[in-house]
Design a binder for this molecule. Structure first.
Ligand SMILES: [Cu+2]
Length: 316
């Protein structure tokens, strides 16, 4: 028995040394709770309020981040005070659309679990009827499923940022227009028009920051209703694009990469190391860029050391 135990222990040690250890060995269960909220949110830098539907009161909802192999233990609360049914559809989950993703009436909750088995960057959103309105009014977010490890092809970044783009329809009730892609006036980045662009909006106070030469990794989600995104870094080049955020799907040296509706990808950019520069990260589709989908990335030696790290990957 002792011999057997020793053999097993040394096998485990060797497996860990050569990187064979299964992800499930360290897999954990991550509890996530969200509350559907029908309440006003601010959608620009000057304080304009909009009658939103959200997860937990913000557009987008919170960033959920797990490791591949983890189990997500999820609860959606739909308070009695709401007027509408709501639901959640995690693109990272392989479940039953009629069961886990089913609509929850006001005053009810939904609980389900799923295993995050595939690395990547995945949208989540409400799928309650009419879905077009629930997404347009703000019920979306991202779940990041971290790959097992960093590699030469998928290096550890110096900073990470989440950018989620969506279309703004000021007439929140007119879902027939939303369906026809009519009546949208602006593009939102993380819930606000020109959220991180003081060049186009003097009221903007926030930007993305990094130090010259740092590898900046952007997790980008297209939460538009009807429009693909032509994702492009002005005055830069995507060093790598990881399609859907999976390290196996790597492209090098890309100028513009298309992200379909309800799609997401990972974009790495590395600025020149020897001097300060700025990039404008845009949806090069002009009707979206000039209506709000421009984000400034400042690369300077005195970049705020806290930005793009830990909880500061989605700047509110
Ligand atoms: Cu909803």
């Amino acid at each position: 028995m002792k011999l057997f135990k020793t053999a097993m222990l040394s096998f485990a040690a060797i497996a860990m040394l050569v990187g064979l250890s299964a992800p499930s060995a360290m897999a954990k269960t991550v509890k996530v709770t969200m509350t559907a909220m029908e309440s006003d949110v601010v959608i620009d830098n000057k304080g304009t309020k909009y009658p939103a539907w959200t997860y937990d009161g913000t557009i987008p909802g919170k960033v959920v981040r797990v490791n591949v192999g983890d189990t997500v233990d999820f609860t959606l609360i739909n308070p009695k005070s709401n007027k509408n049914s709501h639901s959640i559809d995690f693109h990272a989950a392989e479940v039953d659309v009629l069961n886990e993703f089913g609509a929850v009436r006001p005053g009810h909750n939904k609980h389900f679990i799923f295993k995050a088995q595939r690395a990547g960057v995945w949208m989540y959103h409400c799928g309650a009827n009419p879905m077009v309105q629930h997404i347009a009014r703000g019920m979306y977010g991202v779940i990041l499923v971290n790959p097992k490890r960093y590699t030469k092809a998928y290096p550890k970044p110096d900073r990470e940022y989440v950018l989620i783009q969506s279309q703004y329809f000021p007439d929140a009730e007119n879902y027939a227009a939303m369906l026809e892609n009519k009546g949208w006036t602006n593009a939102l980045i993380n819930g606000k028009i020109f959220n991180y662009d003081p060049v186009h909006d003097p009221n903007a106070t926030k930007v993305l920051m990094a130090k010259p030469g740092e590898r900046v990794r952007i997790f980008f989600v297209n939460a538009n209703i009807n429009m693909p995104v032509a994702f492009h870094p002005i005055a830069g080049i995507w060093d790598r694009v990881f399609v859907n955020g999976n390290p196996k799907n790597v492209l090098y040296d890309v100028q513009t990469y298309g992200v379909p509706v309800a799609g997401a990808s990972v974009f790495d950019i590395v600025s020149p190391a020897d001097h300060a520069t700025n990039n404008a990260i845009v949806d090069h589709t002009m009707s979206a860029a000039l209506r709000g989908a421009i984000t400034v990335l400042m690369n300077r030696p005195d970049a705020d050391p806290k930005l793009g790290k830990g909880d500061n990957i989605l700047i509110r």
